[in-house]
Design a protein around this ligand. Structure first.
Ligand code: ZN
Length: 409
C-alpha cells in the first residue's frame, strides 16, 4: 500500500465532493454543490460545497470548514480518525510524520493493530456461527429469540464455541497472544496461560460510530453466569463513549433528529427489525456523559424506551439529567408493566411498539404522571417533595432559556 507523508498530500488524493456526497445528496449549481444540511433540520438546501476549494458552509446553521472538519462533525470522530477515513478511501497509509502532524493521541498504530485483531476475531466468530447446524444449542437459542438469518447478517452475529480455536486463528493472521489479551479476547488463567474470554456464547459485535469493531457482547446460551458478558475496557473500547448499534442507526437518527434509546442488545435488534431504525442501546451500564455527548452529535431529542419494571424506570430517571446536560430533549415511552421492548414486539407486534414510541411523553409530564400514580401529589408534603425532586433535573439543564426549557419539558 502506498504511503503519504502529509495531510495535504492525502487531501490531494481524494475528490471532496465525492466524500461530501456520501452524506449529503448534492446538486450542482454553478461553482457550488448544494444539498440539505446534515447538521440541522431543513426543507430547502442551505448546505453548500465550493467545488474549487473543497470547503463547505451551511447558510442555515453556519457550520463550515474543510473536508476533515466535516468528517469530524458528521462522524463524531477525532481529527486522526478523520484522516484514517480519508486514507482508507484513497487506499493509502499515513506515514509516521503525517500521523504526527495529526497530533495523534496515544499510539495510533497500536490501536489500529488492536482493531484489526478484533475484526479478525469477528470473522472467526461469524464463521463459527455459520458452521452451527439447525438444532444446535446456539441455533435453538436464536430461534427461540427470533434471531434468523436476516438478523445474523444485518448485525454480524457470531458464536464463540467452547474454546480452543480463536488463538490459532489469530496467530494465523499475524496476531500475538499479547494482542489478543490487550483487546480483551483472552483472559489470564489462575493456573497460568490464557483462555478465551467468550465461550459458548452468542456474540454481538460492539462497533464504534464508524462501524469499527471495538468489542463484543456475549449472551450465555446454557445458563452460564453472567447472562451477558462484555469485552473489558481496552484502548479501543471505552464503554462510556460507545453506543451499541449507532453505526447502523446513525443515518436515520440524523435524518429524524431523534434517537430511541433502549437497554439491551436484543431490544436493539428487535426494535430495528420492527422498523424503529433510529434506535441505539446502552452497554448494560448506566448511561454515561460520553454516550449522551455522542447522541447529541446526531440527535436533538432522545426517546427513552427502557424496561417497564422498577429497575428500568430507575435507570431512565438516572439517564435524564445526563441527557439534559447535553441539551437533549427527552421523551419517555412507557411499556406495559414488566416488559422490555423485545418482549413487547414479540407479543404485541411491531406496530404496537412503534405506536408506543410515537406516543412517548415529555419527561416532565412523565414525572408528574409517576408521582400521581404513586399518589405522591395527594398531600402537601408529597407535593413539596415532588417539587424538590425536580430541582435535580432543572439543575442539569445547562441553558434554562424559556425556549430550551419548553423543548425539554
Ligand atoms: Zn446547517
Amino acid at each position: 500500500m502506498a504511503s503519504v507523508n502529509s495531510v495535504q498530500e492525502l487531501k490531494n488524493l481524494v475528490d471532496p465532493t465525492g466524500v461530501y456526497g456520501e452524506y449529503v445528496r448534492l446538486t450542482r449549481k454553478g461553482k457550488r454543490s448544494v444539498g440539505l444540511c446534515p447538521f440541522h433540520r431543513e426543507k430547502t438546501p442551505s448546505f453548500s460545497v465550493d467545488q474549487e476549494t473543497g470547503l463547505f458552509y451551511c447558510f442555515g446553521c453556519h457550520k463550515g470548514g474543510d473536508l476533515l472538519r466535516f468528517l469530524q462533525d458528521v462522524e463524531g470522530c477525532s481529527f486522526t480518525e478523520a484522516l484514517e477515513i480519508l486514507a482508507n478511501r484513497a487506499g493509502v497509509t499515513l506515514s509516521i510524520s503525517a500521523g504526527r502532524q495529526a497530533a495523534a493521541s496515544g499510539a495510533p498504530d497500536r490501536k489500529e493493530k488492536l482493531r484489526k485483531a478484533l475484526a479478525s476475531a469477528e470473522r472467526y466468530y461469524r464463521s463459527a456461527l455459520k458452521a452451527e447446524k439447525k438444532g444446535s444449542a446456539v441455533r435453538s437459542y436464536m430461534e427461540e429469540r427470533g434471531l434468523g438469518p436476516k438478523q445474523e447478517e444485518s448485525f454480524l452475529l457470531g458464536f464463540a464455541p467452547f474454546g480452543g480455536g480463536l488463538m490459532n486463528h489469530l496467530a494465523g493472521e499475524g496476531f500475538s497472544p499479547d494482542d489478543a489479551a490487550e483487546c480483551g479476547l483472552v483472559v489470564e488463567r489462575e493456573q497460568g496461560g490464557r483462555a478465551e474470554r467468550f465461550r459458548n456464547r452468542l456474540l454481538f459485535p460492539i462497533k464504534d460510530a464508524m462501524g469499527r469493531t471495538a468489542g463484543f457482547g456475549g449472551r450465555a446460551i446454557d445458563g452460564q453466569e453472567p447472562k451477558y458478558l462484555n469485552s473489558p475496557e481496552t484502548p479501543v473500547f471505552q464503554k462510556r463513549d460507545i453506543l451499541f448499534g449507532l453505526c447502523w442507526s446513525k443515518e436515520e437518527i440524523r435524518k429524524r433528529g431523534q434517537a430511541v434509546l433502549v437497554e439491551g442488545y436484543m431490544d436493539f435488534v428487535a426494535a430495528h427489525e420492527a422498523g424503529v431504525t433510529n434506535v441505539v442501546a446502552g452497554l448494560g451500564t448506566a448511561l454515561a456523559g460520553g454516550q449522551a455527548a455522542l447522541l447529541a452529535r446526531y440527535a436533538k431529542e432522545v426517546i427513552l424506551s427502557y424496561d417497564g419494571d422498577p429497575a428500568g424506570l430507575a435507570a431512565a430517571q438516572r439517564a435524564v439529567p445526563i441527557l439534559l446536560a447535553h441539551s437533549l430533549s427527552i421523551r419517555v415511552a412507557t411499556l406495559p408493566e414488566g416488559k422490555d421492548p423485545d418482549e413487547c414486539i414479540k407479543r404485541a407486534g411491531a406496530e404496537a411498539y412503534k405506536r408506543c414510541v410515537e406516543e412517548a411523553v415529555p419527561f416532565f409530564r412523565f414525572l408528574v404522571e409517576q408521582a400521581q400514580a404513586k399518589a405522591v401529589l395527594g398531600s402537601v408534603e408529597g407535593r413539596v417533595a415532588f417539587v424538590h425532586s425536580l430541582s435535580e433535573y432543572l439543575a442539569a439543564v445547562p441553558d434554562l432559556s424559556p425556549e430550551r426549557a419548553c423543548a425539554s419539558s
